[in-house]
Design a protein around this ligand. Structure first.
Ligand code: NAG
Length: 351
C-alpha cells in the first residue's frame, strides 16, 4: 500500500463531502415525495424516484430506542388472565402489556400529531367540558393533539385551557331531529375532515363525547387501523353480537362471521386507514338508505362489517371504552375511558 499525499487526501475528502451532500439532497427529495394519495391509500409507500437507490423507511415501523432506559422485557412473565394477541397477530392492548415510558420515548422524537373528532350535537354539548378537561389530563399528554368539535351549538362550547401543542377547533353542523341521522353523518364528516388534514396529522381518533378519561390513553394505542372492543359483549358468542343480521343490508354479518364486537364510540388509526374506513362505511350506509334499510346500530354496524373484512392492526381492550354503569370485571385493572351513565330519553332528540 502506498501512503496518500496531502493533495490526494484533500481531494478524497472533497469527493466524499460532495457524495454526502448528494445523498442528503436525494433524501430531502424523497421525504417530499412520500406525501400520500388519499384516493388510494394503498399507494402510500410511493417509490423514490431520485438517482440514489435508497430503500424508503416506513415511518410506521421505524422506531428508534437510543438512550432509553426501561425495565427488562420478558417473554415468560406477563399477563396470563387475558389474551394479548388476535389470531391475525395484532396486539390486544391491556394494562400491563406495554411500557408507557418506552413507548412515549419511541414516539416523542417523531413529533407525531394526533387529531381527535367529537360530535357534540344537541344536548350532548353538556358532556364536552368534562371530555376536554379529562383529555388534557390523560389523552396523549405531552404530544400534539388537535380536537375537532362538531356541534350545532358553537356558542356553548366551553373554554378549556389546553397545554402547549394542543388545540381545539369548532366546526358547525346542522341540528338533527333523529340521533340515528347524527350518527350516520359522522362518517361523512370524518372522511371530509381527513381529506382536509392530509399531511398535517399522523393519526386520528374518533371518540364519543359522552365519555370521560380516567386513565392514560397514549402512544400504546397507535396503529394502522385501531378498533376498540365493546365492553358489553366480549364474553359472548359471536352469534349473540348485535351485528346487522339482515342480508339486504351492506352491514350484514352471518352468524358464523365476526371476530369481536367493536365500539362505534371509539376507533382510529393512521389517517389513510381511517379515511378508507369512513368512506366505505358512508357509501354502504347511503346504499342502504337508498334501499330503504338502516342497519341495527347505524355506523357501528357498518364499522363492524368493515373491521371483519379489514382486520385492525391493533385492538384496544375494553379498558379503552368502559361504561360507568357497568361494574368492573377482574380483568379490567384500569378503566381509561368510560361512557357517562345517562338518561337517553332526556338527551336524545328522539328515542
Ligand atoms: C412538531 O409538530 C408540530 C405540530 O405538527 C409543529 O408545529 C412543530 O413545528 C413540530 N416541531 C418540530 C421540531 O418539528
Amino acid at each position: 500500500m502506498r501512503v496518500m499525499s496531502g493533495k490526494t487526501v484533500t481531494a478524497t475528502l472533497l469527493l466524499l463531502s460532495f457524495l454526502l451532500l448528494g445523498v442528503l439532497y436525494c433524501y430531502q427529495n424523497y421525504r417530499v415525495s412520500v406525501s400520500f394519495e388519499l384516493n388510494d391509500s394503498r399507494q402510500t409507500d410511493s417509490v423514490c424516484v431520485c438517482v440514489c437507490d435508497v430503500l424508503p423507511l416506513s415511518e410506521e415501523f421505524h422506531l428508534e430506542a437510543e438512550h432509553l432506559r426501561y425495565q427488562q422485557p420478558s417473554i415468560l412473565i406477563g399477563r396470563t388472565d387475558v389474551v394479548t394477541v388476535t389470531p391475525w397477530l395484532a396486539p390486544v392492548v391491556w394494562d400491563g402489556t406495554f411500557d408507557p415510558v418506552l413507548l412515549d420515548g419511541l414516539y416523542r422524537p417523531r413529533n407525531i400529531s394526533v387529531a381527535v373528532t367529537v360530535f357534540a350535537v344537541g344536548k350532548y354539548i353538556r358532556f364536552l367540558e368534562a371530555f376536554l378537561l379529562t383529555a388534557e389530563q390523560h389523552f396523549f399528554v405531552g404530544f400534539n393533539v388537535h380536537v375537532y368539535i362538531f356541534t350545532d351549538r358553537p356558542n356553548e362550547v366551553p373554554r378549556v385551557h389546553m397545554a402547549p401543542g394542543r388545540q381545539v377547533t369548532v366546526r358547525s353542523v346542522p341540528s338533527s331531529r333523529r340521533w340515528q341521522e347524527i350518527s350516520a353523518r359522522r362518517m361523512e364528516l370524518i372522511q371530509t375532515l381527513i381529506e382536509e388534514l392530509r399531511n398535517h396529522k399522523d393519526y386520528i381518533f374518533c371518540l364519543d363525547v359522552d365519555s370521560r378519561f380516567h386513565g392514560r390513553w397514549g402512544t400504546e394505542s397507535l396503529g394502522g387501523l385501531v378498533g376498540v372492543i365493546h365492553p358489553g359483549y366480549y364474553r359472548d358468542q359471536r352469534t349473540k353480537f348485535p351485528y346487522e343480521r339482515r342480508p339486504e343490508s351492506r352491514a350484514y354479518l352471518a352468524p358464523e362471521d365476526g371476530d369481536f364486537y367493536y365500539c362505534g364510540g371509539a376507533f382510529g388509526g393512521r389517517l389513510q386507514e381511517v379515511h378508507l374506513m369512513a368512506k366505505t362505511c358512508r357509501q354502504d350506509f347511503e346504499a342502504d338508505a337508498r334501499g330503504g334499510i338502516e342497519a341495527a346500530w347505524q355506523e357501528e354496524s357498518h364499522l363492524n362489517r368493515y373491521m371483519w373484512i379489514h382486520k385492525p392492526t391493533k385492538v384496544l381492550s375494553p379498558e379503552y371504552l368502559w361504561q360507568d354503569f357497568k361494574s368492573r370485571e377482574p380483568e379490567i385493572r384500569l378503566v381509561r375511558f368510560s361512557g357517562v351513565a345517562k338518561n337517553y330519553a332526556e338527551i336524545r332528540p328522539n328515542t
